[in-house]
Structure formats: structure tokens, C-alpha cells
Design a protein around this ligand. Structure first.
Ligand code: CA
Length: 225
């Protein structure tokens, strides 16, 4: 498990790093808000542990920027005692949990495990595409793709078994759910629409869709390298 810790107090950072490492978590530590945002944006973490009072920029503004850019990595805020206002603001901005200082590292580890369990059930990520199954949202490079229910279901079906080829009849049966005329081209039309919506997003490669047609067979979602 990869954890990003953004905390400027040396003493707290040390005991968190040691405590989590002893529980088989890999912790990357930075000690200011700018570095925190930069690492959180570029890296891939299971959970971000984010202090609120930080030099550079504070934890709440780091959190606000992450969520604004579509980064849905679970965040646990570290708050000073009696800072109810910060806590509420943090939850409003999209924090998943918070811990008031001082805390036991056992408790932090338990909260991390709970969030990762929840996240794995509700989110599915392959390559650049992430599906939030609870909110029914699809993100590409952190940007929302506006999909219909049918398009979302088709994408989820392929992504759940990325790398595997599905025939048009399998996709029809699973996504449309009843006996459609197998000669119908609704699957092809639906795939085409999803690809077009992805390619409409700024910064996305044209003609390099993760949904690949397999000649004579059907479609597969390209597995992450
Ligand atoms: Ca601090």
C-alpha cells in the first residue's frame, strides 16, 4: 500500500512513517503543501494523509485543488485539537476522514485500511480511466466523461476484465440484458460514442482509445502496462 504523508512536524512525521512502515505500508513523506500537491498529483497513492497547518500552502487548499482536478484519492486530514471549523470545511471539500492530534498510529493505520477497502469496492481504475461505481462517474486523466447509463455499463463490463476479449453477443447480453438481434450494431455504435467522448477531452490522444476492436471477435479494454 502506498501512502503519501504531508506533515511538517518532524516528530509526528517520524512516528507515522515508522508506524506505518512496520505495518507493511510504503510511506512517502513531504513537509510542505506545495510539494504535497505536486506529489499527490503526479504519484499514485492509495491514501493521502494530509496535515492542515502546513508551510507553503495549507492542507485544505491542497485538498481543494486535488478534488477540483478530479483526483479522487482518499484523504485523511490531520487536525489540531478543537479545530471543528477546519474539520467541517475539510469534509465539505471532499476529505474522507480526519484524525485529531494527538493520535495513535494504530488508529491511523485502521482508518487507512478502512478507506482502502471502501475505495476498492467503489472505484475501478485501469490505465488513465477511473470509474466511481457509487457516483456512477467516469474520469479520464481526472476529467469527467459524460456517459449514459448504457455507456457506463459497457465501459465497466470491459474494464472489470481488462485485457480480455468479449464478443458482441456477450456484451449485448450483459449490457442490454435481453435477446437483441445479434446482427444489430448497437454495441459498435455505443463503443464509438464512448471513444468519441473520451477523445473530446483536452490532452487525450486521438485514435489511441483504450477500447480496442479485435477483428472478427469483439472488443477488449486495454490492460494497464
Ligand atoms: Ca503542521
Amino acid at each position: 500500500m502506498n501512502i503519501l504523508l504531508v506533515e511538517d512536524e518532524r516528530r509526528i512525521a517520524d512516528f507515522v512513517c515508522e508506524g506505518l512502515a512496520a505495518r507493511d505500508m510504503r510511506v512517502e513523506h513531504v513537509d510542505n503543501g506545495h510539494a504535497g500537491l505536486e506529489r499527490a498529483t503526479r504519484g499514485t497513492f492509495d491514501v493521502i494523509v494530509l496535515d492542515i497547518m502546513l508551510p507553503g500552502r495549507d492542507g485544505l487548499s491542497v485538498l481543494a485543488d486535488l478534488r477540483k482536478n478530479g483526483n479522487a484519492t482518499p484523504v485523511i486530514l490531520l487536525t489540531a485539537r478543537n479545530e471543528l471549523g477546519d474539520r467541517l470545511r475539510g469534509l465539505d471539500l471532499g476529505a474522507d476522514d480526519y484524525l485529531a492530534k494527538p493520535f495513535y498510529v494504530e488508529e491511523l493505520a485502521a482508518r487507512i485500511h478502512a478507506l482502502v477497502r471502501r475505495d476498492h469496492q467503489s472505484a475501478l481504475q485501469v490505465g488513465d480511466i477511473r470509474l466511481d461505481r457509487v457516483r456512477r462517474e467516469a474520469l479520464c486523466h481526472g476529467q469527467a466523461i459524460e456517459l449514459t447509463t448504457r455507456e457506463f455499463n459497457l465501459l465497466e463490463y470491459l474494464m472489470r476484465s481488462a485485457g480480455e476479449v468479449f464478443t458482441r453477443s456477450q456484451i449485448l447480453e450483459h449490457v442490454w440484458g435481453y435477446d437483441f438481434d445479434p446482427s444489430t450494431n448497437v454495441v459498435d455504435v455505443c463503443v464509438k460514442r464512448i471513444r468519441a467522448k473520451m477523445e473530446d477531452l483536452p490532452g487525450v490522444d486521438k485514435g489511441n482509445s483504450p477500447i480496442e476492436a479485435v477483428r472478427g471477435s469483439g472488443y477488449r479494454f486495454r490492460a494497464a502496462p
